[in-house]
Design a protein around this ligand. Structure first.
Ligand code: ADP
Ligand code: MG
Length: 133
């Protein structure tokens, strides 16, 4: 079964939206295979978002992601990677389709409530990043 990595970002954890977001995954046939709440260090955030290291928003993104705890999970289901991206909605909550997580809960481009792997290849790398034994 396909797996993907999800992160419920600080803005959503702070607003007690963890249960509501997990419930959206479950309603869409994604199973919560593994889950944990952690506070990322700045270094962990920088390593996780390494692909964005040359983008102008990289430092702000890593500062934000390490500002307070996040909930990291592995979601499992048919087409889990694409399905999670669909359920999340567009990166900017202003552009996110109605009923998507970012439409319902996102505050801004940076505080957009969730992260989701963007390909099967990256899902494997991201799952290993947080859950490798
Ligand atoms: P996604 O999370 O939809 O895969 P990206 O991988 O492009 O989006 O970007 C990673 C994260 O960086 C986004 O979720 C968002 O929080 C932040 N981000 C992206 N673009 C910008 C931007 N132009 N300004 C500020 N933050 C941004
Ligand atoms: Mg991305």
């Amino acid at each position: 079964m396909e797996k993907t990595l999800s992160i419920i970002k600080p803005d959503a954890v702070e607003r007690n939206l963890v249960g509501q977001i997990l419930s959206i995954f479950e309603k869409n046939s994604l199973k919560i295979y593994s889950i944990k709440k952690i506070k990322l260090s700045k270094k962990m955030a920088e390593d996780f978002y390494f692909v964005h290291k040359n983008r102008p928003f990289f430092n702000d993104l890593c500062t934000y992601m390490s500002s307070s705890p996040v909930v990291v999970s592995v979601l499992e289901g048919d087409n889990a990677v694409a399905k999670n991206r669909e359920i999340m909605g567009a990166t900017n909550p202003k552009d996110a389709a109605k009923g998507t997580i970012r439409n319902l809960y996102g505050i801004s481009l940076d505080k957009n409530s969730v992260h989701g792997s963007d390909s099967k290849e990256n899902a494997k790398i991201e799952i290993d990043f947080f859950f490798k034994e």
